[in-house]
Design a protein. Structure first.
Length: 182
């Protein structure tokens, strides 16, 4: 053994204990990345399912717009000309048995989809919920072309109204789905 070999440390070419510890650590890290990737993928699928439900509801709104003036429109609380025709009654009818949202399930909780005022990242109840807002046009020449506001319980829905739908993702943040005249 030369002095240079002694300074570097003689190696037999086989892995020593530190090499095996590093390889074990590397395997643990790779396994953790795989588990986190699978978890993130499943949560992403839940967000995509929520978005698909929102898109289906917007499509229903578009189709229902033409039928709202008919006497046999269901849900009757959302029909044009319904008396008193308030948002609280319409929202309850949308979620009730036979309503367009009755069969939709929140992918994050497994419960029925709910209507909330806004997505809240600090609330664990927000993911998977729907936010339905009223879009009102402002007078021509205004600095702001339209105003988006939550529906108040007493807001009338007996006339055409533009609705903006937003769904809440896993983090409780809003994902805009679309607008439809209803």
């Amino acid at each position: 053994m030369t002095a240079q070999d002694a300074a570097i440390g003689a190696s037999s070419g086989k892995p020593n204990a530190m090499d095996w510890a590093f390889l074990l650590f590397l395997l643990v890290v790779l396994a953790a990345v795989a588990v986190m990737g699978a978890f993130t993928f499943r949560e992403g699928l839940k967000t995509e399912a929520t978005k698909a439900q929102g898109e289906a509801f917007v499509a229903w709104l578009v189709q229902a717009k033409a039928k709202r003036q008919q006497a046999d429109f269901a849900p009757a609380a959302c029909a044009m000309g319904s008396k008193p025709g308030t948002w609280s009654q319409c929202a309850a009818a949308l979620l009730a048995e036979g309503g367009p949202l009755a069969s939709m399930r929140n992918p994050f909780s497994g419960q029925a989809v709910g209507l909330i005022a806004r997505c809240d990242p600090t609330s664990s109840a927000s993911p998977g919920q729907f936010v339905i807002e009223r879009v009102s046009a402002t007078p021509p020449g205004s600095a702001v072309a339209q105003v988006v506001a939550p529906f108040a319980a007493q807001d009338a829905v007996d006339k055409a109204v533009t609705i903006k739908l937003t769904v809440c993702d896993k983090g409780g943040y809003g994902v805009k789905i679309g607008e439809a005249e209803f």
